[in-house]
Unconditional design. Structure first.
Length: 392
């Protein structure tokens, strides 16, 4: 039984594998994903794994598991090289030689007698100063420091583009706790982005190509039931105006057109908002984004509305319908209103979910689809009922 990054999803319990297999497998996936698996292990099995695996890995994993998920502390690792500020370059070289070659690190962390971080040692400086030079005199003192309790995704936004491979992590008193590799932050952010496309339609971020049929049913089923309920809501709108459709059958042709066009408009706005939420807080930009969606909705609604209105007019004339112009005007208005509302909903739904403490990407498209269907169909059928059917 082989465990790889291509087939792990078909195994419900990874703890049944040997330590060697787990270590080899964990080496192929991001650290944040490793910790997700370890949190699910039975305490006794986890303890056994920690004892049997290489010490440099167990120390990293133990440190990560002591902190909450999605924090800097979770992905932090012990500092490989910690130097007192009163040590010399000669001392630093001796300490470096004690570190196993397989341990990856970029800087030396320089602390005072109270373990408070005072700077970092950039190794090229070792070659530019005398062996007797003190760490406190040559270390870089303006290092970017992180807090263990910081949110990892907010941290990604704050360090993005800085091209720094390793960051010291400190507590509120400035004492060194460990270090954080920049690539671990990037991995965490990449995993969040990869999961969003599935979350938007109710697919768990744990599902993959190797997931069993039963697990897929369990993960997808609840959201599909929610979608079924919301679909009944949209169907109820059509039912309310059944008399209107019976009298003007031509309207039925445009129901899927309106639903599809407004749904796509909303989905585009939703994709932009989900992406921006993943990159950081968009609160200050929200009003501007809503205004932008109104303008885009008007433009797209008018352009597509004119085309659909022309088609409606042509078909109505072909059928000798006396309300050809009114029907074409209704289509234009309905499509324009639908595109505006759907754009606003696409920008609004994830923000509302986040405000109520839910994942802003979780099944957003399900609620968006229902809203856009109700609005697009309701506006068109409502206008037709009021201005064409009712007067007669």
């Amino acid at each position: 039984m082989e465990l790889t990054k291509d087939n792990y999803q078909k195994y419900k319990d990874l703890s049944v594998f040997s330590t060697d297999q787990l270590v080899d497998f964990f080496a192929t996936i991001p650290k944040i994903q490793v910790l997700r698996f370890l949190r699910k292990f039975d305490p006794a099995i986890l303890s056994k794994l920690m004892e049997e695996c290489p010490s440099e890995l167990s120390s990293q994993w133990k440190m990560g598991l002591d902190y909450q998920e999605n924090t800097v502390g979770e992905l932090m690792q012990p500092a490989a090289l910690v130097l007192n500020e009163n040590q010399t370059i000669a001392d630093a070289i001796k300490e470096i030689k004690k570190i196993p070659q397989e341990i990856l690190f970029t800087y030396g962390m320089v602390v005072d007698d109270n373990q408070r971080l005072t700077g970092v040692l950039v190794f090229k400086d070792v070659f530019y100063y005398e062996p007797s030079a003190l760490m406190k005199d040559i270390c870089f003192k303006n290092a970017i420091c992180l807090k263990a309790t910081d949110d990892i995704f907010a941290t990604f936004n704050s360090i993005a583009g800085k091209q720094i491979p390793e960051f010291p992590v400190i507590d509120d008193e400035g004492k060194l706790l460990g270090t954080l590799r920049g690539n671990h932050v990037n991995d965490a952010h990449a995993m969040q982005l990869r999961a969003q496309s599935g979350l938007m339609v109710g697919v768990s971020n744990e599902e993959g190509l190797e997931s069993s049929i039963l697990s897929c049913v369990k993960m997808r089923g609840p959201w599909l039931l929610v979608n079924l309920i919301t679909a009944f809501v949209a169907g109820a709108v059509v039912g309310v105006f059944q008399d209107t459709i019976d009298k003007i059958v031509l309207l039925a042709l445009f129901l899927p057109i309106l639903a599809g066009q407004s749904g796509n408009t909303g989905a585009q706005a939703l994709a932009v908002l989900i992406r921006e939420l993943a990159l950081g807080d968009i609160g200050p930009k929200m009003a501007k984004q809503l205004s932008k969606e109104v303008v885009l909705g008007l433009i797209h609604g008018l352009v597509t509305g004119v085309i659909c209105a022309a088609v409606m007019y042509f078909l109505a004339v072909q059928q000798s319908n006396p309300h050809a112009f009114a029907l074409s005007l209704i289509i234009l208005v309905a499509l324009t209103v639908s595109c505006v509302v759907s754009g606003l909903m696409g920008a609004f739904v994830p923000v509302v979910l986040k405000k109520f403490g839910a994942d802003p990407a979780a099944a957003s498209s399900i609620f968006l689809t229902t809203g856009t269907d109700v609005v697009s169909m309701g506006v068109m059928l409502g206008l037709a009922a009021k201005f064409i059917v009712a007067p007669h």
